[in-house]
Design a protein around this ligand. Structure first.
Ligand SMILES: [Zn+2]
Length: 361
């Protein structure tokens, strides 16, 4: 049963990943970049990387997990499932697993990192960060000072008024497109490269990733789109090489935020853009996004998470903390066995398709 690859904590997920890594016959390199902080159980936090296959391979598949910390339960499960089956890599092809891009968020069960940064909005030029005036209009309503019926009702009215005036897409762009002004808010891209971004940039140099001929990247996410469906989202510019490869390898169901065909709106500072710039016309980055609930529910659980994060110990009742944390966990990693099986099955299918696509180039 593939659901056994879902672990109850970051600590357990890391330990299972490392145990599986230790017995890989074609392992040629392994590394752990240690985070300066400790995890929620006092455990070490790390961005672990594992290279299988030839170090000088011209073709490479990269599988990333936990770019959004709490979403790492699913991404880690896919990686563990992959390591627990007989893996045959095509000739001249290697596999790089990046386990827990944002280990702090994974351990503390938050989407953001220790500085409140959404790593998937952090890849911008900080000399001229993007502007998002819509977010400033909504900031107070999105993260209310109180979490009771009255306060939430007033906040919801404000959000609904914005949605009515500007339309659904403009609303989603304002909320989730990325903002660089409210560190305590949702989808905050930071004011400098995050720890995770710095590690990825250093790893890319150390591993000579820019020298490869073709690189496929699959970044596993959860929380947006139809339940138990792994949407293959491609944020390469329309009609570019990256889109062509994605459609060729994964099929016409590949969606494109730039064309409005995805459950995701176009966003600022995606980790995709790091890879696009590193390997122009030589990479195919897709977000494999497993749906769990509605976009409204996603925004709701994230608002609750950010509400809790701004409170001091003792300010919120333990019962409410517990309830909101459980809703957050269930949104990003549903406990239903059918959902978890779907994640592993579709994750492995997409990995096979990527390897097949690389081999056929
Ligand atoms: Zn995500």
């Amino acid at each position: 049963m593939s659901i056994r690859y879902f672990q109850p904590s970051y600590q357990e997920a890391r330990s299972q990943f490392l145990a599986a890594a230790a017995v890989q016959p074609n392992k040629t390199w392994q590394d752990a970049r240690i985070h300066p902080l400790q995890g929620s159980q006092g455990e070490p936090l790390a961005l672990d990387s594992l290279w299988l296959g030839p170090r000088d391979a011209e073709r490479l598949l990269v599988v990333q997990s936990a770019t959004h910390g709490i979403e790492g339960f699913a991404g880690s499960a896919v990686q563990q499932a992959l390591l627990n089956r007989d893996l045959e890599l095509p000739e001249n092809t290697a596999l790089l697993l990046l386990h827990a891009m944002n280990p702090w968020g994974f351990s503390f069960r938050r989407r953001v990192d220790e500085a409140g940064i959404d790593l998937n909005r952090n890849f911008v030029d900080f000399y001229k960060p993007p502007e998002n005036p819509g977010y400033a209009d909504l900031a107070q309503a999105l993260v209310p000072k109180s979490w009771n019926q009255e306060a939430l009702h007033a906040a919801d009215l404000k959000l609904e008024a914005y949605r009515q005036t500007h339309g659904e897409t403009a609303y989603e762009l304002a909320v989730s497109g990325g903002q660089y002004t409210h560190p305590e808010g949702l989808f905050y891209g930071g004011h400098a490269p995050s720890w995770s971004r710095q590690q990825l940039e250093a790893l890319a140099e150390e591993l000579l990733l820019a020298k490869r001929e073709a690189v496929a990247i699959i970044d596993v996410h959860t929380g947006l789109g139809d339940y138990a469906v792994g949407e293959v989202i491609c944020d390469h510019p329309p009609a570019s090489q990256g889109v062509r490869w994605a459609k060729h390898w994964y099929g016409e169901a590949v969606t494109e935020p730039f064309l409005g065909t995805s459950s995701s709106v176009p966003k600022q500072g995606l980790i995709d853009f790091f890879w696009h710039a590193l390997l122009p016309e030589r990479c195919c980055f897709v977000t494999l996004e497993f749906g769990t609930g509605s976009t409204d529910q996603l925004f709701h659980v994230l608002r609750a998470d950010h509400y809790l994060a701004q409170k001091k110990p003792g300010e919120v009742s333990p019962a409410l903390i517990n309830q909101l944390n459980q809703e957050l966990q269930e949104h990003f990693c549903p406990s239903a066995a059918a959902w978890r099986e779907a994640v592993v099955k579709q994750g492995l299918l997409r990995i096979d398709q990527a390897l097949g696509g690389l081999a056929a180039l």
